[in-house]
Design a protein around this ligand. Structure first.
Ligand code: HEC
Length: 486
């Protein structure tokens, strides 16, 4: 804006020098006007808050997600222990993680409310087909975020729910097996699965969400706010009110309400973490997050050869009809009571989802063995949450049941067996009455010192029956590496 215009504008005179300095370089004033003066036919309303609330909660997810990523390591060995560390040891870690985890549910709820409002108000009508389609893509992307995020804590719940989720993909005809392997990074779930889900969760899907949010907002501004149900969606006639200040205040108040709700849930009901995933546990009953339960229940009705119909055909038809809604429903009528088919279908779909959710709850609680297992799983989770933080990585290398990662150490472990060291010192160096434990020996003996002691044992060791060990240097090195790893 030029200096002359500034002087003629009564507000311009009151604006600070800083604002004018910025405005002459960035066009800030015009940008703010474009953003804030959007006309809303019929005036500000509470019904319009859900779109901006979704944007707000998405930003909250990005910020809390960045903090979680500071500690999180996406590998089968470290994922669970790092999430346990965030939950139990990091300052405000449990709070931030809970905001992030509850935030994902909040996002799904807001998404459903936003779709409901758009649907009931007929706000998809009147040249808003692309706006609706970009919204459909955002819907799918948000569900992808929820799915990929669910695996990352690598606890029992996460592991088994995602095992089911990726198994479902293999039911897709022709490409099913490939799809499952693509998601898992192999036949089984492990570090490769985690890193794929992690990359999708923090890079791929968020990048797509940013792009589609920009497109969605652009298309929304281009079409203009649809206004109340009595309004003509193409050429609004009602008196308009600018977006700022009243709609901004209503939106901000709603955002504050959401963050207050999330913060109190995070504070009083911290989101839990179960014990580390144990793929060998065959009794575990997997359950997805609540918003996936109706779909989960639905799939149970399509066993064997029918699964193709239940997993691909019917959901495909529903998704197609949903996405093409603004192309199918061309009437300009927006009042819900004049659109019985549309509103009836909507109510039917919601009742069906609730019905499926209830059926799942009912079948979980009617079989006593099943119900007991679910209670036991909950108890394990609560027990794990009560325990103080312990790094699980060190624990797992101490037991011989896992193969040591390092090949020198693995070689040493074999020499330890062939030289019968375990006869007196026990498997894994835990000690027996015939010989002391060797775990933690690295704290007292350096590598050189240890190989010296083994070549020329002390009198006490000889007295205990331990013969001097003469091994080629390479073999000795491996044995020492193994002992130091205990
Ligand atoms: C016949 C039993 C026996 C066998 C076999 C044996 N040890 Fe020992 N080892 C002992 C006894 C007993 C001591 C403890 C002597 C003492 O009291 O200081 C000992 C001590 C040690 C120590 C020092 C521990 C410490 O804390 O000071 C090391 C290291 C060790 N053994 C390694 C080995 C290795 C490696 C092998 C296999 C190549 C082996 N031992 C085989 C009986 C045995």
């Amino acid at each position: 804006m030029s200096e002359i215009q500034d002087q003629s504008d009564p507000q311009g005179a009151r604006r600070s020098t800083l604002f004018r300095w910025l405005d002459s370089r960035t066009g800030l004033d015009a940008v703010m006007r474009e953003a804030l003066d959007e006309p809303i036919p019929g005036g500000a309303r509470f019904a319009y808050v859900f779109g901006s609330a979704l944007l707000f909660i998405f930003i909250s997810q990005v910020i809390t997600g960045v903090f979680l990523a500071l500690y999180y390591v996406p590998s089968a060995d470290h994922a669970h222990t790092t999430v346990a560390y965030i939950t139990k040891a990091v300052t405000a870690g449990s709070f931030l993680r809970s905001i992030h985890a509850y935030g994902s549910s909040a996002m799904v709820i807001l998404l459903l409310l936003h779709v409901t409002q758009t649907f009931l108000y007929g706000s998809y009508k009147g040249r808003r087909e692309l706006l609706w389609l970009s919204g459909c893509i955002l819907f799918v992307l948000v569900l992808c975020m929820a799915f990929t995020g669910y695996l990352l804590p690598w606890d029992q719940k996460a592991y088994f729910a995602s095992a089911v989720g990726t198994n479902i993909a293999s039911e897709v005809p022709i490409i099913g097996d490939w799809l499952k392997r693509f998601m898992r990074g192999g036949a089984d779930m492990g570090t490769l699965t985690l890193s794929r889900f992690f990359v999708a969760h923090v890079l791929g899907v968020p990048a797509a969400i940013f792009a589609f949010v920009a497109l969605h907002v652009y298309l929304f501004r281009k079409a203009g706010a649809a206004g109340p149900i009595s309004e003509d969606p193409v050429a609004p006639k009602q008196r308009t009110e600018p977006f700022y200040p009243r709609q901004v205040i209503v939106d901000a108040a709603f955002a504050l309400l959401i963050i207050a709700l999330l913060a109190s849930m995070a504070h009083f009901l911290p989101f839990d973490l179960g014990p580390q995933a144990n793929p060998a546990d065959t009794r575990y009953i997997p359950r997805p997050e609540w918003y996936y339960i109706p779909i989960f229940q639905w799939l149970k009705y399509w066993p064997g050869a029918l699964s193709f119909v239940g997993i691909v055909v019917i959901p495909g038809i529903i998704a197609f009809l949903f996405a093409s809604l603004p192309f199918l429903d061309r009437r300009m009528e927006r009042r819900p009571w004049k659109r019985p088919i549309a509103v009836g279908t909507y109510v039917f779909v919601f009742l069906a989802l609730f019905g499926l959710g209830y059926a799942s709850y009912h079948s979980d609680h009617s079989d006593p063995g099943y119900a007991a297992q679910i209670v036991a799983q909950q108890r394990d989770t609560e027990e794990f949450m009560r325990k103080p933080f312990e790094p699980e990585v060190a624990q797992s290398t101490a037991s011989l049941s896992v193969i040591p990662a390092n090949s020198l150490v693995a070689q040493g472990a074999q020499i330890y067996q062939t030289q019968s060291c375990n006869a007196c010192h026990g498997d894994g160096g835990v000690g027996t009455p015939a010989g002391p434990k060797l775990t933690g020996i690295h704290q007292r003996f350096s590598e050189n010192h240890l190989s010296d002691v083994l070549r020329t044992p002390s009198a006490k060791m000889v007295a205990g029956g331990m013969a001097p060990i003469d091994l080629p240097p390479d073999t000795m090195k491996a044995l020492v590496a193994y002992l130091e790893s205990l």
